[in-house]
Write a protein that binds this ligand. Structure first.
Ligand code: HEC
Ligand code: HEC
Length: 448
C-alpha cells in the first residue's frame, strides 16, 4: 500500500513540475531555447507563399473570373462603351466621361509615346476610340475588354480592382500608379451599370421594370454599391434613403475575424460571394443562410445561394486571392498630414476617456475574437445589419482610415466627417469630450 502511495505522489509531482520546468525553459530567453526548427520549414513556407502572393495580385488586378458572359454577353455593356461608331449603341464612353464616373487609368500600362502625347495635350479625351485604345492596353483599372476582328468590342469583364483599387494621381487626376486595395470612392458603379443596353435580366430578377432598376442604380452615387440587393430585393431604406454601402478598403485585413460592414464572413467567403454572385464570374458559391425566403426572397427564388457555375473559374483562385489581400498593409499617412502632438493626446483619449479602444482594439482596431455588435451597441438603426445573416455591425478596422474619407463614414456614409462620427459617440456614450479633445481624437484617427 505504502509503495503504491509513493508512486502516486511521484506521478503527481512529475505531472505538476515537469510542465513548470518546460514553461521556465521557454521563459529563459533565446539562449536557452531549444534549437530552432530547420530553416527548411521557413523556406518551404516562403517558397509557397511568395508565388501565391504574386498569383493573388494577378488575380486581384486582372482576373475577370469569366464575368464577360454577364457584363458583355447579357447586359451588353461593351456596346455602350464603344458606341455606334464601333458597332455598339449611343455616343460611346470618352476617356473624359470614364474619368468622370471614377474609372482610373494605370499609367504604367501606357507606352512612353502615349504618355508624352497625353502630357502635351495631343490626345483627344473626348474620343471614345481612345477609351478603346486604353482598354486594349489593359490600362483601365479593373476593366478588361476584348476586341473582335473587325475592331469592335466583343465583350467586357470586371475585376476586383474595379472597386478596390485606385491610382495615386501622379500623372494627372485619375491617372497614376495602381494602389491595390484602396477603396475607389470616386467610382460610380450605379452610373456605369446603368449604361448597359440590356438591364432586363436585373429587372426580371427583382420583379420590377427597367426604369425602376435605373432609379435604384442612380440612388447609390459615387463610392457605393449594394451587394445584397440581388438577395433581399431591398432597394431603399424604410425612410426612402439609398441602400448601398460604401466600398471598403481591401487592405489591412490580416488578423481581422469577420469581414464586410455586417460581418457576412471571412475574406474567402466574401471573395466567393462577390466573384460569383456580384461580378457574375463563373464559379461556385454556397451559403444556406441566404436561402431563407423571409430574409432573402430574391435569393430563395433565384437559387443564387447555391450557385454552381461551370466551369468553376473562382474556387481555385480563392487561396491565392486570400493570401494577397492579407498581405496588403494598411498604408501609413504622410508625416505632415496630421498634427502629431494632437494625435498623441488623441491616442491617450482613444484608450482612456473616450473608450474607443474597448472595441477598436489596437493594432487591429477591431475586436480580436467576435467583432460583431448589435445596432443598439453603437446607437444606430438596424436596416443594414438586418440584411446580413448576422443582424449585426462589425467593428470597422481603422488602420488606413485617412485613405477613405470621401463618401463619409460608417457603412452607408451617414457621417460626412470624422467630426460627426466623434460627436455621435460623444452624445451616445455620454463621453463629455471637450472641443479640444474631439480635435485630438480626430488627429489620432487620421494618423492610423
Ligand atoms: C462593384 C464593386 C465591387 C467589386 C467588383 C468587388 N467588391 Fe469587394 N466590396 C464592395 C463593397 C460595396 C463591399 C462592402 C459590402 C458590405 O459590407 O455590404 C465590399 C467588401 C469587400 C471586402 C470586405 C472588406 C472589409 O473591410 O471587411 C473584401 C475583402 C472585398 N470586398 C474584396 C473583394 C474582392 C477580392 C473582389 C474580387 C473578387 C471584390 N471585392 C470585388 C464592392 C466591390
Ligand atoms: C461598442 C463598440 C464601439 C465603440 C466603443 C466604438 N466604436 Fe467605432 N465602430 C464600431 C462599429 C461596430 C463600427 C461600424 C459601424 C458601421 O458599419 O456602420 C464603427 C465604426 C467607426 C468608424 C467608421 C469607420 C469607417 O470606415 O467608416 C470610426 C471612425 C470609428 N468607429 C471611430 C470610433 C471612435 C473614435 C470611438 C471612440 C469615441 C469609437 N469608434 C468607439 C464599434 C465601436
Amino acid at each position: 500500500m505504502a509503495s503504491q502511495k509513493t508512486l502516486t505522489s511521484l506521478t503527481l509531482v512529475s505531472a505538476l513540475v515537469l510542465p513548470l520546468l518546460v514553461v521556465a525553459r521557454g521563459g529563459l530567453g533565446d539562449r536557452e531555447r531549444p534549437d530552432p526548427p530547420p530553416e527548411g520549414d521557413v523556406n518551404q513556407a516562403r517558397q509557397s507563399g511568395q508565388p501565391m502572393l504574386e498569383e493573388g495580385r494577378r488575380i486581384f488586378r486582372y482576373d475577370t473570373f469569366g464575368s464577360e458572359s454577364w457584363w458583355g454577353g447579357t447586359l451588353r455593356l461593351h456596346e455602350a462603351i464603344e458606341g455606334e461608331r464601333f458597332g455598339g449603341v449611343g455616343d460611346g464612353v470618352s476617356p473624359r466621361t470614364a474619368l468622370a464616373v471614377g474609372l482610373k487609368v494605370d499609367v504604367d500600362a501606357l507606352p512612353r509615346r502615349l504618355q508624352n502625347q497625353l502630357r502635351m495635350g495631343r490626345v483627344d479625351l473626348d474620343d471614345p476610340a481612345i477609351t478603346l485604345a486604353l482598354l486594349d492596353l489593359d490600362a483601365v483599372v479593373g476593366v478588361t475588354a476584348h476586341r473582335d476582328t473587325d475592331g469592335s468590342l466583343e465583350t467586357i469583364g470586371l475585376q476586383c480592382a474595379f472597386c478596390h483599387s485606385t491610382v495615386d494621381d501622379s500623372f494627372a487626376p485619375g491617372i497614376g500608379h495602381r494602389l491595390d486595395g484602396w477603396a475607389n470612392r470616386d467610382l460610380n458603379v450605379g452610373a456605369i451599370v446603368s449604361l448597359a443596353p440590356n438591364l432586363q435580366p436585373i429587372a426580371d430578377l427583382l420583379q420590377v421594370d427597367v426604369p425602376t432598376v435605373k432609379v435604384v442604380l442612380a440612388s447609390w452615387g459615387p463610392g457605393r454599391y449594394d451587394a445584397v440587393l440581388d438577395k433581399d430585393g431591398k432597394a431603399f431604406r424604410p425612410d426612402g434613403g439609398q441602400a448601398g454601402t460604401l466600398i471598403p478598403p481591401a487592405f489591412g485585413l490580416a488578423g481581422v475575424n469577420l469581414h464586410t460592414w455586417t460581418g457576412f464572413g471571412a475574406v474567402p467567403y466574401w471573395n466567393a460571394y462577390v466573384a460569383v454572385t456580384q461580378m457574375h464570374g463563373s464559379g461556385t458559391f454556397f451559403d444556406e443562410r441566404l436561402s431563407d425566403p423571409e430574409q432573402y426572397p430574391v435569393a430563395a427564388r433565384s437559387g443564387s445561394w447555391n450557385t454552381r457555375g461551370t466551369p468553376d473559374l473562382v474556387t481555385s483562385k480563392l487561396a491565392a486571392l486570400h493570401v494577397y489581400q492579407l498581405s496588403i498593409p494598411a498604408p501609413k499617412p504622410a508625416p505632415g498630414s496630421f498634427d502629431a502632438q494632437a494625435a498623441s493626446r488623441g491616442k491617450a483619449l482613444f484608450a482612456g476617456k473616450a473608450n474607443c479602444a474597448s472595441c477598436h482594439v489596437p493594432p487591429l482596431f477591431t475586436e480580436p475574437g467576435d467583432n460583431l455588435h448589435a445596432p443598439a451597441d453603437i446607437g444606430i438603426d438596424a436596416f443594414q445589419a438586418d440584411r446580413s445573416p448576422t443582424h449585426a455591425y462589425r467593428t470597422a478596422p481603422l488602420a488606413g482610415l485617412w485613405t477613405h474619407q470621401t463618401g463619409g463614414f460608417y457603412h452607408d456614409g451617414r457621417f460626412a466627417t470624422l467630426g460627426e462620427v466623434i460627436n455621435h459617440y460623444d452624445s451616445f456614450f455620454h463621453l463629455a469630450l471637450t472641443d479640444q479633445e474631439k480635435r485630438d481624437l480626430r488627429e489620432y484617427l487620421l494618423s492610423l
